[in-house]
Design a protein around this ligand. Structure first.
Ligand code: ATP
Ligand code: MG
Length: 363
């Protein structure tokens, strides 16, 4: 991976431009963490980059950035830039291409995100990022209050990096976050959700939640239930307790899972019918929140007589035949009844037995 990246840098530098790997990849590389996206910063303009890598360029989404795919790895190549003025506490008003790495690093958020690597694999560290990385501390580049006011997303990025890397926030950063936190209400729910997903999905999610609470961000993120979130290993579990389906954007799949977990929370997650109805996933997540042992839930689930309707030794046609009736909503009722009888082992999952039961009760 690194090899491919260095080769790509050389493609650029051999044409007389400057180019470095920067940001997350270098930070994670020094920490011994694998990362899949590589950010490259260069004096070459997007036009230059497109000329060099024409076939491998994706249509660019961000102004001044080109995405190049090489050997299946994604490279985000961004031209050295100066950002002038900010609007909406989020975006620069104007972006100017420049030729100087140092100036480009000054517009970046945190010192640990300014460490670069050149085409020979040498670390280039103009803002002492390595020291902060070694000390496990998140410091802004420049005055923290100003940097958070320019772009309020940086507040959540600070919490995200402190969470994921298990780092601490520098005191100046803590003060500045408390000072600027109201600005979070102007940040789009999409951006908030993206960062919160990374925080809640981290193996240090509990630290992230403590940080958000300690910094008083729950109010500005409209997460009234944040203090109720107990240790849960799943992102969906956290969002279920937060109960913000009406505010934050969720995919159809997330919505479905959250709704199932929310329902399953109201029941005994070791109960066969509950396990059957909501499935292993929703019950495991709900069970963890309800304080059950996940191992018991998995075991109970695996011991269910049937795990889905198709495991039942009877079909709709069988039911209609034995009752001599046309299709109708009564089928659903009978299915529900039979499922329960079988799950609670009051009725054997055997076609003849089930038919006897149905005839005796419904004919
Ligand atoms: P990861 O990719 O692991 O999420 P990253 O640090 O690479 O983390 P990216 O969003 O990929 O983050 O951004 C790449 C680099 O761009 C960052 O390392 C940082 O130097 C700079 N950057 C990103 N977002 C901001 C921002 N909002 N303000 C200032 N600089 C930023
Ligand atoms: Mg990155």
């Amino acid at each position: 991976m690194l090899e491919v990246a260095l080769k790509l840098l050389e493609e650029i530098t051999s044409r007389g431009f400057k180019a470095y790997i920067v940001g997350g990849f270098v930070r994670d590389y020094i920490l011994g963490i694998n990362s899949n996206d590589i950010d490259i910063t260069t004096s070459a303009t997007p036009k230059d980059i497109k000329e060099i890598f024409d076939d491998s360029c994706l249509p660019s989404e961000d102004y001044g950035s080109v995405t190049v795919i090489m050997k299946g790895i994604r490279f985000e190549i961004t031209t050295f830039r100066k950002e002038i003025g900010y609007i909406d506490n989020r975006r620069p008003a104007e972006v100017k291409y420049i030729d100087d790495l140092y100036e480009d690093l000054l517009r970046r958020d945190f010192t640990i995100n300014t460490i670069c690597m050149d085409e020979d694999g040498n670390i280039v560290d103009l803002l002492n990022g390595q020291e902060d990385l070694k000390n496990g501390v998140i410091k802004t580049v420049g005055i923290a209050k100003d940097r958070f006011e320019e772009d309020v997303l940086r507040i959540l990025r600070a919490v995200r990096f402190a969470t994921i890397l298990d780092f601490r926030l520098d005191n100046e950063v803590i003060d500045a976050i408390k000072d600027r936190r109201e600005l979070l209400s102007s940040l789009s729910y999409n951006r908030k959700k993206e960062e919160l997903d990374k925080i809640f999905g981290s193996s240090y999610a509990n630290k992230g939640i403590e940080l958000l609470l300690g910094l008083g961000l729950d109010k500005y993120l409209e997460l009234e239930n944040l203090s109720k979130v107990k240790c849960t290993s799943s992102l969906i579990g956290v969002w279920t307790v937060l109960d913000v389906l009406d505010k934050y954007p969720f995919s159809a799949n997330e919505r479905e899972l959250i709704s199932a977990v929310k329902e399953a929370l109201n029941y005994n997650n070791l109960d066969p019918y509950t396990l059957y109805r909501f499935g292993l996933y929703a019950n495991s997540v709900a069970g963890e929140i309800n304080g059950y042992d996940i191992k018991n839930i998995t075991e109970s689930y695996n011991n269910l007589v049937i795990q889905s309707k198709k495991d039942l030794d009877i079909s709709s046609q069988d039911i209609m035949n034995c009752l001599n009736r046309e299709p109708g909503s009564y089928l659903k009722e009978i299915y529900g009844d039979v499922e329960r009888q079988v799950l609670y082992k009051r009725l054997e999952n055997n076609k003849d037995r089930i038919i006897e039961y149905i005839i005796s009760k419904y004919r």
